[in-house]
Design a protein around this ligand. Structure first.
Ligand code: DQA
Length: 142
């Protein structure tokens, strides 16, 4: 089983970026935990972070060719702006779970709308880094 975890803009700063909102784990910590869980299950978990929308689109398109089975995506701010990411996910038709560290519904109203949610298998928001783990365990069991 091949699983791709995508992280959008500013998530490279996790650990120091608004830790009261996003937690103290670094992106490296989160990715290492996911890769360990996947390996234990005999799956391959690739991770990719970019601050650039087009690079995320390119990576999703590549996942289509690579026969990735499942995508876990925290598109960060692009969640609320990007028709391009929505269209890329639809184009490859790979099932995905949308993850947010914070509970976006407790926050500013511009974070309440997502261009991804209605085409996602599920949405996890507000569980911190555990949200990625929950999504991964779901993917591994599906
Ligand atoms: C986020 C929530 C987004 O609104 C924000 O732009 C982010 C991170 C989260 O994980 O809680 O960068 O996706």
């Amino acid at each position: 089983q091949q699983i791709l975890v995508l992280h959008g803009p500013n998530l490279n700063l996790l650990g120091t970026r608004e830790p009261e909102v996003y937690g103290r784990q670094t992106l490296g910590d989160i990715n290492a935990n996911l890769q360990q869980i996947a390996a234990q299950a005999g799956a391959v978990c690739s991770v990719f972070q970019s601050n650039h929308e087009g690079e995320l689109v390119d990576r999703i398109q590549k996942a289509g060719g690579d026969k990735v089975d499942f995508i876990i995506i925290n598109a960060a701010a692009y969640t609320h702006t990007s028709v391009a990411l929505r269209d890329a996910l639809a184009a490859v038709a790979i099932p995905f779970v949308e993850v947010h560290l914070s509970n976006v519904y407790k926050r500013e109203s511009f974070r309440h709308h997502s261009y991804l949610s209605d085409t996602a298998r599920a949405v996890v928001a507000g569980l911190g880094a555990f949200g990625y783990e929950a999504a991964l365990r779901y993917a591994l069991s599906s």
